[in-house]
Design a protein around this ligand. Sequence first.
Ligand SMILES: [Zn+2]
Length: 354
Amino acid sequence: MNKQRVISILSKISEIKKNTGLRVIDTHVHPLDVMGVVHYTDIKNEYAKMDYLIPSILEKFNYGETAKIGSRAFFKFFPKQVNNIIKTTYESIVERRILDEMDIALIDTAVMLPVAPWLPSKIVAEKFSSTRLITLGSIDIHSIKLEEIDNFLKNLVEKYKIKGIKLHPNLQNFRPQPSHNPKDLGEKLHCLYKFAEKEHLYILFHGGISFYTDFTDPKYQGNISRSRVNAVLKNFCDNNGKSELFKNYNIPIVIAHLGHYGIVNPDYKLINTIAKKFNNVYFDTAGVSPSFIKNVLNIIPSQKIIFGSDALYNRMSYNLAFLYSAVEDVKNGENKEDIISNILQRNFLSITSV
Ligand SMILES: [Zn+2]
């Protein structure tokens, strides 16, 4: 997608906002690096305005198959270049930088995502405190003791008003279902899910595989181990619709990237099974191609989809434009404006008390 097309879609969305009072919520933003490339103590508080309507390399390909294969190969053969892209994106960040990109992309509210220990919630909540920004909680399930989990999370709720918890089974190296882990890890996850249930927090999981460069900042000591595949969709729910995570806990769950980050052939059947069987499960659109969003909307209702961009790794405006162009092509019998308002605002409001 090119800049001209994005600008024309933004003007249509602006019209809808004016006519209907729609407020756009981007529920998936990483204000600082979570891949371990730029350590959070090294971020400079500098800001030079830039053009947020210029696509990244991946956005030029609409996150399509070429981009997926491309990014996999890119990570494999040019890890240093990937590191450099992440470094230049994240080495100096101030709150104004985030708010400026939101303004350009017509985003009213954005959800800031930490991933501990790579990026703790405290750092995010204290650096980004605008009323337009919401912070989620994050917890390093390996280093925390079972008996400390409740107090740690309670503190995040009280101090930073977190509305949910972000979990990354690949970066944080655990399986989403408690019983698929070693016993102590499973017990900690159970405790965390129970806390979310009690405090009415939603949980946002990374969905799909992950690509990493192996050049993590040496400040992340002890070689924190990561997985590439823990977050694949079948680790959340098997083909027969069996899932202790979705069934046993009364919490809203959002699976990011429509459950398929970095995967070329999506498992539409499993998406459909999950959407049909579990009322409490949603999918976000972060970094997903227009054609994949369209295909998913043709099989599951828009009440199950929530908008996210995966900025600042991606551009907010491009992700919004991808969603809009997908909705233009959808034929699922739903009214287009309803689809837009469900995905951009209503569904998120229904799972939080924002
Ligand atoms: Zn993300």
